[in-house]
Design a protein around this ligand. Structure first.
Ligand SMILES: Nc1nc2c(ncn2[C@@H]2O[C@H](COP(=O)(O)OP(=O)(O)OP(=O)(O)O)[C@@H](O)[C@H]2O)c(=O)[nH]1
Ligand SMILES: [Mg+2]
Length: 329
């Protein structure tokens, strides 16, 4: 067993196997591993030079193909890139990114790239918590750009948006239809919108979609005052427009940094991470405390047979917790 000290050293030297091992440690549910993971995380220096980009979009929009193209483009600029996935939709298979590794074949084979599929289900605190920690590990390992892929369903988009500097949403051409499908909430957290598959017959459709989205964004309150959401079109398969997307992301980061929002966001992210971790730990502690288990299951039974309401059950549980806290002081 490698010690956290040794692992930390190896990660900083850029040892990929050590990085992979550390991520496995972080994803482990064993209590002894959790302690080691905490020790490791507290030893790693912060790397504030990296940039984090979230990439979202409905299944089939071309996220993996796009990441393959963008990743290789970033490497061609002399940078190291890591690709992580948050995919709560298929926890048992370890996320779609695994199957997609074939779509990222050239990227996966590059020394400068590190691709990691989603953690499997059942991790304490959820997939997103692990992803945050994995981002820190990759940054400490010297990766300049962290791409976080998420399927555009459910809560995961909001989770990812809250851990990256730029949240990018991929869209299909076919403006009218896709405008109906897009949730307003997603537009509000979007920093860049990229219409993929702008090739062949769909090129014209993509142009039209671009105009429609531009109009749609005029109607919503901007996320950052003075910074407009950028809307671009590309073809991930033909690798057209990828450089424009990369340059637009850099420009966006630049604007964020100049306005002070970049560091403010990162601090805010840290604070919410702290809160989230504390909440998870406290809930886990309370929920799994030996004395509480039988009480909780009796409350559950009462809710089941409708002798009390869920609200009453929650109240009783809270009263019990408060009593326990007082008796411990
Ligand atoms: N014409 C065209 N097809 C594309 C483009 N990008 C991806 N595709 C195709 O679209 C399909 C889905 O691509 P993926 O990259 O797997 O899409 P994804 O968003 O990662 O899908 P999930 O992982 O299932 O969510 C594949 O058949 C790709 O070849 C593009 O720019 N143009
Ligand atoms: Mg994919």
């Amino acid at each position: 067993m490698t010690s956290p000290q040794e692992l930390s050293k190896q990660i900083q030297l850029g040892n990929r196997r050590a990085l992979a091992k550390a991520i496995t440690l972080i994803e482990s549910n064993r209590e002894s591993d959790e302690q080691l993971a905490q020790e490791l995380l507290s030893q790693l220096p912060e790397n504030n030079q990296s940039i984090r980009i979230g990439i979202s979009g409905v299944p089939g929009v071309g996220k993996s193909t796009f990441i393959e193209a963008l990743g290789n483009h970033i490497i061609a600029q002399g940078k190291k890139v890591s690709v992580l996935a948050v995919d709560p939709s298929s926890p048992t298979t370890g996320g779609s990114i695994l199957g997609d590794k074939t779509r990222m074949e050239t990227l996966a084979s590059r020394e400068e790239a590190f691709i990691r599929p989603s953690p499997t289900s059942g991790t304490l605190g959820g997939v997103a918590k692990r992803t945050r920690e994995t981002i820190s590990l990759c940054e400490a390992a010297g990766y300049d750009v962290i791409l976080v892929e998420t399927v555009g369903v459910g809560q995961s988009e909001y989770e990812v948006a809250s851990m990256v500097d730029c949240f990018m949403v991929l869209m299909l051409p076919g403006a009218g239809d896709s405008l109906q499908g897009i949730k307003r909430g997603i537009l509000e957290i979007t920093d860049m919108l990229v219409i993929n598959k702008a090739d062949g017959d769909q090129k014209k459709l993509a142009e039209r979609a671009k105009n429609e989205y531009e109009n749609a964004f005029h109607l919503i309150h901007p996320k950052y005052s003075g910074i407009q959401v950028q809307i671009l079109a590309c073809s991930a398969i033909e690798k057209n427009g990828i450089d424009e997307v990369w340059k637009a992301s850099l420009h966006f980061m630049d604007l964020l940094k100049k306005s002070g929002v970049f560091s403010k966001n990162r601090i805010q992210q840290k604070l919410s991470w702290f809160k989230r971790l504390a909440e998870d730990e406290i809930i886990h502690l309370l929920w799994n405390q030996k004395d509480n288990k039988s009480f909780i299951s009796s409350l559950e039974n009462e809710v089941k047979n409708q002798s009390i309401t869920p609200v009453q059950a929650a109240n009783e549980l809270v009263i019990q917790f408060k009593k326990q806290l007082r008796s411990q002081v």
